[in-house]
Design a protein around this ligand. Structure first.
Ligand SMILES: Cc1cc2nc3c(=O)[nH]c(=O)nc-3n(C[C@H](O)[C@H](O)[C@H](O)COP(=O)(O)OP(=O)(O)OC[C@H]3O[C@@H](n4cnc5c(N)ncnc54)[C@H](O)[C@@H]3O)c2cc1C
Ligand code: SF4
Length: 556
């Protein structure tokens, strides 16, 4: 645990990111003044940096560089959300939070797109993510060297540690002292847990498995003008309370206060490349039905793992006929999803798993490679607590329909649900290419091909078995498991050289010196941890490098 006191931590956070204090303190959730007064650049201004996508990676970069005095704008295809106006505590009413533009899915194990792995609008997918914020383990940065599978990152864990620490304070993260990976503490104490969390803790104890409360980016106590969580369980619908962290409230307000522009409803269609110099000139985008062009000295793409490679491929030009930065056929490859089997157990007593945030308790006991097993790498286990529509999907995926489905639905309050995150391996054939089909802007849509390998399947089986053991040990009389996926990373990975990846250790394109990629697509491996904190930390590290380089004149 850090020796720094909580008031000291809060003072430190406020000095480098004032977002939580810039939110209103009157019961409303949006600082409208900040948005009205926001700086607005003209398309013809050559700004220092234009960022494509204002999600986890894009908004951290925006905030850091605005603080460093850069003239910077983030263009996002979706709206500038106002939680009071746009969000409801209702599953069915929250579908507008997802990226539902068409995509083609192929491969032997195709990945369904939509609510489970996409977001749109300012704040990105973190607007409706669950809120788990674990760190990656040191081993995740060197799986090829340590385990002979996956890939090594071009840097190691200790280089990211300071950024993890910063972001855990800025979100802020609450949880028990963490014994796994690089053991560490959290700035905020763990939340009290609900019925599902209690069952996980009890079952794990009985089964001899270590589990801990957290880590979640949900306020436990007041933080700036953000109130305490009220435990109503709508985290995956966009937290209307402002208790769950997303860049919309953790980084965008401070960015605006420091002169950044956020341009919503702006769909970027191409990165423009100078055919003579090979440098990026800015981005073409569509807004209000009009085609526009934002000039910039530098471009950063942060559109999430499917849209980022798609944009690079759609930006093919004289210099890059196969897509920007794709001279070595790396763009779109090594896209990863985590295997996410979900196991539910029925208990005679009422559980009421909806009465708490879905992210409560997790275990990373099985995260690392176990030499005694016939698979490499591992998995984590977490509470997931589906609301009724997602619960119906779970039951229907088991093959129950009609009367049986109705029975499971009316029994909802008796069920507890756990989910695993299995580290499926990065494979070159799991990739995004362009489909023949076009979207409403006339742009080829992404085609995402995905197939599992034997190691992936073995991991999912092992995770299912452990979750079923935990729920049985807790006293479940019936247990049902479904197979599913979670999260998307990779597709424009960082590597030591351009034959193995798209960007270098600082997220800078090998091929275009003033093009950066700062979202989840740069991750070479995914671990068995939820990715958002790592994506933000990687973006914060790239931002520090850019800001330092700009001072010394070397980054461009
Ligand atoms: C249901 C769900 C639950 C999740 N739960 C967790 C969790 O508990 N913990 C965790 O760590 N992670 C979780 N995640 C994953 C996490 O939210 C993402 O990994 C993370 O937000 C990805 O960050 P990013 O910067 O790559 O992209 P995003 O945050 O998705 O941001 C991309 C942004 O780019 C915009 N964009 C895309 N293309 C364009 C374009 N051409 N022009 C302009 N804008 C564009 C999009 O509108 C979007 O706002 C969850 C995700 C989902 C969907
Ligand atoms: S449970 Fe807490 S974090 Fe989740 S939506 Fe409700 S107030 Fe927000």
């Amino acid at each position: 645990m850090s020796p720094v006191s909580l008031p000291g931590v809060i003072r430190g956070v406020r000095e480098r990111n004032e977002s939580a204090w810039l939110l209103p303190n009157d019961g409303s959730r949006t600082n409208h003044r900040l948005r009205v007064d926001m700086r607005q650049f003209a398309d013809s201004d050559e700004i220092d940096l234009v960022i494509v996508g204002c999600g986890a990676g894009g908004s951290v970069l925006l905030q850091r560089l605005a603080r460093a005095g850069w003239r910077v704008a983030a263009l996002d295809a979706g709206p500038f959300w106002d939680p009071d106006r746009d969000w409801v505590s209702d599953e069915a009413g929250s579908h507008h939070l997802y990226w539902t533009e068409p995509r083609v899915i192929t491969g032997t194990d195709p990945v369904p797109m939509g609510s489970n792995n996409s977001g749109r609008g300012v704040g990105g997918s973190m607007v409706h993510y669950a809120g788990y914020t674990p760190r990656f383990h040191p081993s995740d940065f060197m799986t090829s060297t340590a385990d002979g599978v996956g890939a090594d990152w071009p840097f190691r864990y200790p280089e990211l540690r300071p950024y993890y620490e910063q972001l855990e304070q800025e979100l802020p993260v609450a949880g028990e002292s963490w014994p796994w990976g690089d053991p560490h503490g959290y700035p905020y104490r763990p939340h009290p847990v609900g019925g599902n969390g209690e069952i996980f803790l009890r079952g794990a104890r009985q089964a001899g498995i270590a589990a801990r409360v957290g880590p979640v980016a949900i306020t436990n106590g007041r933080f700036g003008n953000r109130p305490h969580c009220i435990y109503r369980g709508f985290c995956l619908q966009g937290c209307k309370v402002n208790a769950k962290a997303s860049p919309l409230i953790t980084h965008v307000p401070d960015a605006l206060a420091h002169g950044a522009e956020v341009r919503p409803d702006a769909m970027v269609t191409r990165v423009a490349i100078d055919s003579q110099t090979g440098r990026a000139l800015g981005v073409h985008y569509v807004r209000d039905g009009k085609e526009r062009f934002q000039r910039a000295a530098m471009v950063a793409v942060a559109g999430y793992s499917i849209e980022t490679p798609r944009l690079l491929l759609n930006s093919a030009c004289d210099r890059f006929p196969d897509g920007v930065g794709n001279d070595f056929d790396q763009v779109g490859r090594y896209l990863m999803v985590q295997g996410a089997p979900q196991t539910a157990g029925r208990f005679d007593a009422e559980v009421r798993m909806y009465k708490a945030p879905p992210p409560e308790v997790s275990s990373e006991q099985f995260y690392e490679t176990d030499p005694g097993q016939d698979y490499r790498r591992g998995f984590s286990i977490q509470t997931v607590s589906p609301l009724p529509i997602t619960w119906a999907e779970h039951v229907a995926a088991q093959g129950h329909w009609g009367g049986a489905l109705r029975e499971y639905m009316s029994d909802y309050v008796h069920w507890a649900t756990l989910g695993a995150l299995c580290e499926f391996l990065p494979l070159p054939g799991n990739r995004v290419t362009l489909a023949g089909e076009k979207d409403r802007h006339g742009l080829p849509v992404a085609s995402f091909s995905y197939s599992q390998c034997d190691n992936d399947r073995a991991l999912a089986r092992a995770a299912q078995s452990v979750m079923e053991d935990i729920l049985h040990a807790a006293g479940a009389d019936e247990v049902i498991t479904i197979q599913r996926y979670a999260h998307l990373v990779g597709g424009a990975r960082m590597a030591a050289d351009e034959r193995h990846g798209v960007v270098d250790r600082w997220c800078r394109s090998f091929a275009v010196p003033n093009l950066y990629i700062t979202d989840g697509s740069v991750l070479p491996t995914q671990g068995a941890a939820n990715p958002a904190l790592t994506i933000m930390a990687v973006a914060a590290r790239a931002a520090d490098h850019l800001a330092a380089g700009a001072r010394s004149g070397s980054s461009q």
